[in-house]
Design a protein around this ligand. Structure first.
Ligand SMILES: Cc1cc2nc3c(=O)[nH]c(=O)nc-3n(C[C@H](O)[C@H](O)[C@H](O)COP(=O)(O)OP(=O)(O)OC[C@H]3O[C@@H](n4cnc5c(N)ncnc54)[C@H](O)[C@@H]3O)c2cc1C
Length: 464
């Protein structure tokens, strides 16, 4: 049987891999990872994410070595590299897993055309979502536009098993050393463990998942899975995690709240799939607002306090703690992300794309469609049907979800001994803290929110 090239992108594992499995069904597989210009551009945008991805590539190379196989690494244009490799091993087919953001969809379509012109067959497989977009075509065949309608269909959908591929091509090609350019960035930053990804899944499914409902909205505790970074590079498979959670739900001895927690965690995975299918069926999950009426809404491109937002110095503790957590760890608690996003879009009136790109510089879990989908949702320009933007009051949210200030004090040491309630009183400009360096709130949230709403209403009214 002729050899098959499998091109890795953000699916960096061997086990439970639908793409590899499909490739192995066609012939002995040669696994390939190519660092092309587009990938280098994303690496340059976020050196910490580059270091994370390349560590995962090292881990994948190690996984292959252990089974006596090589991961072939190349640097250069993907088309030329794949054509050369196909000639060298006499392969006729190239397989990869589908990507969903418009830029990658476009690049993959161009690459497919180039390879087909060169006489190669290309297969693209849905591996990243739990449920492939085409499996849930929605009421009119163009996917779902509302998460509320999508999620019941998703919960009913079959999740197929993906046995591990075990047919490899024996050849004497060598992997080029992968680039070291990004290794030295931020040595103090602790990168998620790409060597033992299954341990992270086992640890979460082994216990904490059963309290997910109760604990996932409390930023001070580790109540969510933290699996986002590993999912974003495919070091673990969302479909594999979902299959295990579904199996767990069949346990008749579960308490009602444990069952509810498992279901809520599945809902989170469904949200990831929702944005993928939205982008698959409609390339608007890119740089344009999904809602047509909001495409020309005059969001600002800058603001005198934008840098204060970026660096965690707005004087609103929940917002600042979130931004500092992101910078320090590459991850921000999901609930805090909403408040932080609301603040930049509504309090500051700044364009959601600027907020999204700021997150992307620091986050390990930078998944383009999830990032864009969530930022559009947060800015009130996305695919949901909310009548008005959801403007979070950062002070009330802090009081409700971090009542004793444990989370904000962890990230804002300046507040270690301060009374949060008096700090948050928004007494503008008052030097409440004497020698302290942490600022008073930069403005009145109420007034900023009212001003934004007035502009929002006027815009919607003008659009009819
Ligand atoms: C403004 C904003 C920006 C975001 N940017 C990103 C991003 O760049 N990349 C990213 O993967 N997620 C993003 N999210 C979604 C979510 O916050 C993260 O997936 C989550 O923080 C990851 O932490 P976790 O793994 O502990 O999540 P858990 O709560 O344990 O959820 C498990 C998994 O479900 C998925 N998930 C959960 N919530 C969402 C959601 N709202 N949208 C999509 N998938 C979800 C993720 O894959 C997550 O790892 C963003 C959310 C907001 C509000």
């Amino acid at each position: 049987m002729p050899a098959v090239l499998f091109r890795y992108t953000n699916d960096l594992r061997i086990d439970a891999h639908r793409g590899l499995q499909a490739a192995a069904a066609l012939g002995p597989v040669l696994p390939v990872f190519i660092i092309d210009r587009a990938m280098e551009a994303t690496f340059a945008r976020s050196p910490r994410r580059a270091a994370f991805v390349l560590r995962a590539v090292d881990a994948l190379s190690g996984d292959f070595r252990r089974i006596g196989q090589s991961l072939i690494i190349r640097r250069g244009p993907a088309g030329a590299s794949l054509r050369r490799l196909a000639r060298a091993v006499d392969a006729q087919t190239v397989v990869w897993t589908a990507r969903y953001d418009p830029a990658s969809q476009h690049a993959d379509a161009r690459l497919q055309a180039e390879l087909e012109e060169a006489g190669l067959r290309v297969c693209s497989i849905h591996d990243s979502p739990v449920v492939a977009p085409e499996a849930l075509p929605g009421p009119a065949g163009g996917g779902f536009r509302s998460f509320a309608a999508y999620v019941p269909a998703w919960m009913q959908a079959e999740v197929d098993e993906s046995p591990t591929a075990d047919r490899w091509l024996a050849c004497d090609l060598h992997a080029e050393p992968r680039p070291q350019d990004w290794d030295a960035t931020e040595p103090a930053l602790s990168v998620p463990d790409v060597e033992h990804p299954d341990a992270a899944v086992d640890a979460f499914l082994g216990g904490p998942i059963l309290q997910y409902s109760a604990r996932s909205k409390t930023p001070a505790v580790a109540g969510t899975s933290h699996l986002g970074p590993l999912l974003s590079i495919g070091r673990i498979a969302a479909h594999d995690v979902a299959a295990r959670v579904r199996a767990r739900m069949r346990d008749p001895l579960l308490l009602a709240e444990e069952r509810a927690s498992l279901a809520e965690f599945l809902r989170s995975l469904a949200r990831r799939d929702f944005f993928s299918q939205l982008a698959w069926f409609s390339p608007l999950i890119g740089d344009e607002a999904y809602q047509e009426k909001m495409r020309d809404f005059p969001f600002a491109t800058t603001h005198p306090h934008l840098d204060a937002w970026r660096t965690g110095m707005t004087g609103f503790p929940l917002v600042d703690a979130g931004m500092r957590q992101l910078r320090a760890t590459g991850w921000m608690h999901p609930f805090v992300r909403r408040v932080v996003a609301s603040f930049v879009c509504f309090d500051l009136g700044v364009d959601w794309r600027i907020g999204r790109d700021e997150f992307a510089r620091y986050a390990f879990d930078d998944e383009p469609v999830s990032a864009t989908g969530n930022w559009q949702w947060a800015a009130g320009v996305g695919a949901d049907l909310a009548q008005f933007p959801r403007i979070f009051n950062p002070t009330k949210q802090r009081a409700r979800y971090d009542p004793d200030g444990q989370y904000v004090r962890r990230w804002i040491p300046e507040l270690a001994t301060e009374l949060l309630a008096s700090h948050e009183s928004e007494q503008l400009g008052l030097p409440l803290f004497g020698e302290q360096t942490y600022p008073a709130p930069i403005h009145s949230h109420e007034r900023a929110a009212q001003a934004f709403l007035a502009r929002y209403r006027a815009h919607r009214a003008a659009k009819g």
